[in-house]
Design a protein around this ligand. Structure first.
Ligand code: BG6
Length: 483
């Protein structure tokens, strides 16, 4: 490859991305309340390939939630994370050493509003983030903050029914205003909701819906999503008022779908499936519901109350950028698959990791290009990475497979930049190993830094640099030309 081919812009944000509930731990410290993440139990009988389907089955009811809260035996890894709450200085120093100039992390909602419905925030919770944000900025990194990443305070589910209840708009916006008031002079980039489009997989952790508290799950999901759209617009309206420099983004989990064949039915089926994902960005970025979605509501007897005032609010407060996570592409066969997002076919041209996630850097180039053509708004690669069960030997990990994966995906970003796409940032997932969101395993590792903890939380928690650490350091120092 020619050397200068992928020289990235001077102001490009090279970083890493995390979520509070997968790193912090300290779940019962300094007044923090319990959230949906605290009741995700580790299951050592896990079927990795099929876990996404199981996730749906594992969605909670009031009874299973209460049982998890009361359980004294099971291990709940997200309560302990990788120890970031106590080791954040060390971790930020490691990221600085790699040369990162940005860091995406989330603020734990239950640290700031332990029940979710209080009028006043928990000062101790805020003080923790005062320190983290200061440390990040002092390390020369741009903080990119997610407000809500899969950790709704539990009373908002048990007492209010989650985001399908319009009161949640008030609680979320109050929480967002507290964060913006305190940090808008320090943090420019904000993502109110992580991966808004994954509701069919996880209506529990992203919408706070308990299965016994809904009679029509699909309808309630779209009502809840509408409420999240309104939160976005209200947050954007407030941010504009207090500091016009602030950038508010929508975030998607990219679901690139390929048609299995060139049968026109396959092409149109894949287009229709992906359009159901674009919907989640269409509303906040274009400011209105797309016609195909209104038709879908009508034909499926789904009633979402979209008032004239809602329409005006959405139109006047479109968001500033599109963030998305990209891990793998999916393939669809119109004769075998359904509209259910979990229904996909094998792609014989792609290899996959142990969790069945395909390795497809061209898919990322395709995704970036499609989003840019559709929205013409700046793009942030908010997550990307290769989950692997690393082998730790002699104080390190020889993770050339991870280097290969990341190299090809950075090249995909480089290709998009050459097309003139405004890509702001590349933020690989979990720069320091963390707890998996989907499976609560520690052994699904993404990091440049190995954390000595196993799936049962055993280990010192100490940090060790993998081979990819020095590699990413070189990539950043050469602005992408030494890949
Ligand atoms: C994204 C989430 O879906 O994917 C992260 O925003 C998550 O929270 C990441 O960790 C990878 O998924 P997993 O299941 O491998 O942790």
């Amino acid at each position: 490859m020619e050397k200068e081919k992928y020289k990235f812009p001077q102001d490009f944000l090279w970083g890493g991305a995390t979520a509070a509930c997968q790193i912090e731990g300290a779940y019962d410290v300094d007044g923090r309340g319990l959230s949906t993440s605290d009741i995700h139990q580790y299951n050592d009988q896990l079927d990795r390939i099929r876990y996404r389907k199981k996730l749906v089955e594992n969605e909670h009811t009031s009874a299973t939630l209460a049982a998890a809260v009361a359980d004294q035996e099971g291990y709940y890894p997200k309560r302990y994370g990788n120890g970031f709450y106590y080791r954040y200085k060390e971790d930020i120093a490691l990221m600085k050493e790699m040369g990162m100039n940005s860091f995406r992390f989330s603020i734990a909602w239950p640290r700031i509003f332990p029940r979710g419905d209080e009028r006043e925030p928990n000062e101790k919770g805020l003080q923790f983030y005062d320190q983290v944000i200061r440390e990040v900025i002092d390390a020369g990194m741009e903080p990119i903050v997610t407000m809500f990443h899969y950790d709704i305070p539990l009373p908002l589910l048990t007492e209010y029914g989650g985001f399908k209840n319009p009161q949640l708009i008030e609680f979320m916006v109050r929480y967002a205003k507290v964060l913006l008031d305190r940090y808008s002079h320090l943090v420019k980039y904000w993502i109110p909701f992580n991966q808004t489009n994954l509701v069919q997989y996880c209506s529990f952790k992203s919408l706070g819906i308990l299965r016994d508290k809904t009679e029509n799950l699909i309808e309630d999901q779209y009502i809840a999503i509408h409420h999240q759209f309104l939160c976005n617009a209200q947050i954007k309206a407030y941010a504009k008022k207090i500091n016009p420099e602030i950038q508010i983004g929508i975030m998607l989990a990219d679901c690139t779908y390929y048609p299995a064949t060139c049968r026109p039915e396959d092409i149109v089926f894949a287009m229709k499936r992906i359009r159901m994902q674009y919907f989640y960005a269409d509303v906040p970025l274009r400011g209105e519901y797309p016609g195909f979605m209104l038709r879908y509501f009508k034909e499926n007897d789904i009633h979402v109350d979209i008032t004239e005032a809602d329409k005006a609010l959405l139109k006047e407060n479109t968001l500033d950028f599109l963030a998305f996570s990209y891990y793998y592409s999916r393939t669809l066969d119109s004769q075998k698959n359904t509209m259910d997002p979990a229904s996909i076919s094998e792609n014989p041209y792609l290899k996959a990791n142990a969790w069945g996630w395909t390795i497809d850097p061209l898919g990322m180039y395709n995704a970036i290009s499609q989003y840019w053509d559709r929205y013409q708004k700046p793009i942030m690669i908010a997550e990307n990475g290769f989950g692997y069960e690393d082998v730790f030997v002699d104080g390190t990990v020889h993770d050339d497979y991870r280097i290969d994966y990341l190299r090809q995906h950075i090249q995909a970003v480089g290709e998009a930049l050459q097309d003139g796409v405004k890509v702001l940032a590349y933020l690989p997932w979990g720069p320091i190993d963390l707890v998996s969101s989907g499976t609560a395993e520690m052994s699904k590792r993404y990091g440049f830094v190995y954390v000595d903890l196993d799936d049962h939380g055993k280990g010192t928690g100490n940090r060790f640099k993998k081979d990819s650490f020095a590699w990413y350091q070189r990539v950043i120092a050469s602005r992408g030309s030494e890949l």
